[in-house]
Design a protein around this ligand. Structure first.
Ligand code: PAF
Length: 289
């Protein structure tokens, strides 16, 4: 695996791969890798010829009181995991390399960015869209891989790529879970043993919502209520939101039908965790997608 820190080095490596006729797969990350990230690398490995991973803790996507300074970092361990996962090129730029001066240009999707996580993290998706757009200009991948756990991020990136005609295909890769259902996340490291024991309630809440839909419930508010009541079983878990929305526009649904996203976010001590499930709901079937 080649490890580079500058934009010029990435461009040279990608140019060389393209001249060999190779397809470029890209996995953007903020490091502190877990099985969820490695499943993205494996998906990129299976579909493309040159697998590029970026590792950059992007300051633009953290609010003033968020965890930028204490976000977990372990470059050596990440490098070992990526070697083992057959990554070809690791791009690990400094903040100065990415932002040599304050960014004047921003990419903002005001509607998609304002809902769900955007209500408690109002600048987050602007930071994500801006850095992903910049990374796409640097790497110029054919295909980019994102975790389905960050469903709102996937919706934002898909829409940005369409709106700006960026020639990259976006793949959303299924969430990787612990045996008890907790979605893998770099932020799980913040959980105390007691919080870790409570954390699977997020996935149980989503499953409670799915069960209501499978039982024939089509009122979003009733499905939401099932999720809220499940979270209430663990008083230490402070719900941020539980929502039932359209999976593409992220807008509230009048009726549970079509491509449906059940999304949840909650605070457990210092950690804010998110999770979701996606369904295709029709008159005859309820299918997980
Ligand atoms: O999902 C993440 O880790 C980040 O939001 C991303 C896509 C790498 C952008 O910084």
């Amino acid at each position: 695996m080649q490890v580079v820190n500058t934009i010029a080095e990435v461009r040279a490596a990608v140019r060389a791969a393209r001249s060999r006729g190779q397809r470029i797969g890209f996995v953007p990350t903020m490091g502190y890798l877990h099985e969820g990230h490695l499943s993205l690398v494996a998906a990129a490995r299976a579909e493309t010829d040159l697998v590029v991973v970026s590792l950059f803790v992007n300051p633009l996507q953290f609010g003033p009181n968020e965890d930028l300074a204490r976000y977990p970092r372990d470059l050596e361990r990440d490098q070992r995991l990526l070697e083992a996962g057959n990554c070809d090129l690791l791009f690990a730029p400094s903040v100065d390399e990415m932002y040599p001066r304050p960014m004047e240009t921003e990419v903002n999707l005001p509607n998609l960015a304002a809902v769900l996580c955007g209500r408690s993290r109002p600048t987050h998706f602007r930071g994500v869209a801006t850095v992903v757009c910049k990374l796409f200009q640097i790497v110029q991948p054919d295909v980019a891989f994102f975790g389905q756990k960050d469903a709102q991020q996937v919706a934002v990136v898909r829409r940005m790529v369409e709106d700006l005609s960026i020639p990259v295909e976006i793949r959303a890769v299924p969430t990787v879970r612990e045996p008890d259902g907790l979605a893998k996340s770099s932020r799980n490291v913040y959980l105390t043993p007691a919080e870790r024991a409570d954390a699977p309630v997020l996935y149980r809440a989503l499953q409670a919502g799915v069960q209501r839909i499978e039982a024939g419930e089509r009122r979003p508010e009733a499905v939401r209520e099932a999720m809220v009541q499940t979270v209430a079983e663990r008083p230490s878990v402070r719900l941020d939101y539980a929502e039932v929305v359209d999976g593409t526009s992220l807008r509230p649904l009048a009726v549970v039908d079509g491509y449906v996203l059940l999304a949840i976010a909650a605070y457990l001590g210092r950690a804010r965790l998110i999770d979701n499930v996606q369904l295709h709901v029709s008159a005859d079937e309820v299918r997980r997608v």
